[in-house]
Design a protein around this ligand. Structure first.
Ligand code: PEP
Length: 261
């Protein structure tokens, strides 16, 4: 691999799952395997906020695994009951902030404007935003995927110039493909939209990831889609064994590609 080869991002959010004991055990097991590493792969782990400090303490400093928060407020402090600021999640060890997941957009008022504020706050604090975008089943069926997600990306990254802080990541997560009721996407379903996002963001973004029912069976195909720079995984990585399997598979795929090339 050359030094210029971009990293393939393989990460998971546990959403609202996991006790502190689970978090400690998962992170400890991951750290043990990280010692050998996954060449070319950048793992990231997004536990619930309650487990951020524990996971960060177990994984830091040398594991190379990035720890992220599932959300953070755009203000630094104040009367925002129940919220956490970017500074607070950074204090607990996060260097990445997930912003605009479709569940946040649907249930917690994360409009495009709110997503944009959170992106700016995250960059200002020196953390990396992971911006989630995705269209509904109706928009997909109507052929509006590109229109919807490029509008979401434009709004999220408005005013963000290349080289301003840590380059944001964009995760394309079609709503129809995520979660237990999601339908697995085929490469044909997503290739045009991923390509449109990549063209749209240019060098303002570090990488475009794909998320939505990614698992051991479809990982190789998804990572083979032009423009996909990694995957953002839910259920398939909610066990350590599941996550390790994905990391190993991706590393093998990358090694094969580089050897062939
Ligand atoms: C998600 O909800 O963002 C997600 C990718 O979940 P899953 O992999 O379980 O579809």
């Amino acid at each position: 691999m050359t030094v210029d080869e971009p990293l393939t991002w393989i990460g998971t959010s546990w959403k609202m799952n996991g006790s502190l004991a689970f978090a400690r055990a998962y992170a400890t097991g991951l750290r043990a395997r990280a010692a050998a590493g996954w060449p070319g792969i950048q793992p990231f782990l997004i536990p619930p906020a309650t487990a951020l400090a524990v996971v960060s303490e177990v994984l830091r400093p040398a594991s190379g695994i990035i720890v992220g928060a599932q959300n953070a407020h755009w203000e630094q402090r104040g009367a925002w009951t129940g919220e956490l600021s970017v500074e607070q999640v950074a204090d607990a060890g996060a260097t990445l902030v997930e912003i605009g997941h479709s569940e946040r957009r649907a249930w917690f008022g994360d409009t495009d404007e709110v997503v944009h504020r959170k992106v700016l706050a995250t960059l200002r604090a020196g953390l990396r935003p992971l911006v989630c975008v995705g269209e509904s089943a109706e928009d997909f069926a109507a052929g509006r995927s590109v229109e919807v997600v490029t509008a979401q990306v434009s709004s999220a990254l408005a005013g963000v110039a290349p080289g301003e802080g840590q380059a944001p990541l964009v995760a394309y997560e079609p709503i129809w493909a995520i979660g237990e009721h999601g339908r697995e996407a085929t490469p044909e379903d997503i290739v045009a939209t991923v390509g449109a996002i990549a063209d749209h963001v240019g060098d303002r973004v570090g990488s475009v990831l794909y998320g939505g029912s990614v698992n051991r069976e479809n990982l190789t195909d998804i990572l083979g889609v032009p423009g996909v720079g990694g995957v953002f995984v839910g259920r398939a990585a909610w066990t350590l064994t599941g996550y390790l399997a994905l990391l190993d598979l991706a590393a093998d795929q990358l090694a094969g590609r580089l050897n062939v090339g």
